[in-house]
Design a protein around this ligand. Structure first.
Ligand SMILES: NC(=O)C1=CN([C@@H]2O[C@H](COP(=O)(O)OP(=O)(O)OC[C@H]3O[C@@H](n4cnc5c(N)ncnc54)[C@H](O)[C@@H]3O)[C@@H](O)[C@H]2O)C=CC1
Ligand SMILES: NCC(=O)COP(=O)(O)O
Length: 325
């Protein structure tokens, strides 16, 4: 059996993505690994950071070994200055995702692991883009996917992802919640090997709506969906007030928390594990994991970017790939 082949997209070239990819050359990893990025950007970032790397190319990707890095060269359009965004390179950033996606869909890659992109500069270039999660769902023809972050002993999934806060309440509908919980439940079983997942579900409003005095979404939407899915055999707790849910699960453990929106769930997880967390997309027809942080333009080319989250993302992708083999 050949070693699993992981595609690592280098992400925004002006951010820390290239620094982290170059740092992978210093690691022993039990896989074949190909970085999708601009070879010259990676070469010059390695030189700037004082890391000696033997760059490899070619269709056959060898076993990863310390000191070397296989690169699938996909050229940037414009010269890259670490820390300075240039919307001329946004098409290149998307081309990295397209190449990784195509390889995952046709079985050439066992998983994709993504370094961070800058959503704003991609939009500045005229592309509608809210995140990898939504982009990969759209471009793989998958209906709904679920973002889940893992770290610090927590798994936190989101009912809605990159949405302005004023749109969140309208997006929390019974069909959406039922679909998200089914995907979360199925992938906790299939990809994380949890036979009977227990999922704690947050309310949307303060105090989970305070019996309807602070909002009715819990009564009208969330609780009925949970009740229906309990009848299908799922172990669901909630809707619980989000402010106390995370302290409650310390003594009433669950396998995952479902938060209603991005900044309800992720600050807790990032506080618990920033720099070592992993973002995983559930519901895709292939494995995709990612770092828990952004482009950190302030650190690009400085040598101060931590590689821990990218390594954790690769390790998780490898675990998931090996359980699927
Ligand atoms: N997976 C992805 O593609 C993600 C992309 N982003 C995007 O990144 C851009 C910047 O987002 P921000 O909110 O500024 O978050 P950020 O994560 O880039 O930066 C927040 C703070 O964390 C530090 N930091 C980030 N990564 C680090 C690392 N590897 N080692 C040490 N310190 C690190 C930064 O220096 C900064 O102080 C935005 O466009 C955002 O959408 C944000 C999160 C994930
Ligand atoms: N906060 C998570 C994030 O912004 C990364 O999202 P995605 O690009 O993985 O969809």
């Amino acid at each position: 059996m050949p070693l699993p082949l992981i595609a690592v997209t280098a992400g925004e070239p002006a951010g820390v993505g290239p620094d982290l990819c170059v740092a992978l050359s210093q690691q022993a990893l039990p896989c074949r690994l190909s970085v999708l990025g601009d070879l010259e950007v990676l070469r010059s970032r390695a030189a700037r950071l004082g890391i000696a790397v033997e760059f490899e190319a070619g269709d056959a990707v060898p076993a990863h070994r310390p000191g070397a890095l296989h690169v699938r060269h996909i050229p940037a359009a414009s010269r890259v200055t670490p820390g300075t965004l240039d919307s001329d390179n946004s098409a290149h950033v998307l081309a990295l995702l397209d190449a990784a996606l195509a390889g995952c869909m046709n079985g050439s890659y066992d998983a994709m692991v993504t370094a961070p992109v800058h959503k704003g500069v991609i939009n500045d270039a005229g592309f509608a883009f809210t995140g990898h999660t939504e982009y990969l769902a759209d471009h793989s023809g998958t209906g709904r996917v679920v973002m889940m972050l893992v770290g610090g002993g927590l798994r936190v999934a989101l009912a809605t992802t990159h949405l302005p806060l004023r749109d969140v309440a309208d997006a929390i509908t019974a069909p959406l919640l039922a679909e998200v919980i089914r995907i979360l439940h199925a992938d906790l079983q299939r990809k994380f090997g949890i036979a009977a997942p227990r999922i704690a579900v947050a309310g949307l409003n303060p105090h989970a709506g305070e019996a309807g005095h602070l909002g009715r979404e819990e009564i009208d939407i969330i609780a009925p969906v949970l009740e229906r899915l309990r009848h299908e055999g799922m172990d669901l707790v909630g809707p619980q007030p989000a402010d106390t849910l995370f302290s409650r699960i310390r003594h009433e453990p669950c396998d995952a928390v479902l938060a209603m929106y991005h900044d309800q769930g992720l600050p807790v997880l990032k506080y618990a594990s920033f720099g070592a967390g992993v973002n995983v997309t559930l519901g895709l027809p292939f494995i995709r994991t990612s770092v828990d942080h952004g482009t950190a333009l302030d650190l690009a080319g400085s040598g101060r970017a931590e590689v821990g989250s990218l390594l954790a993302a690769i390790e998780m992708a490898l675990e998931m790939a090996s359980s699927e083999r």
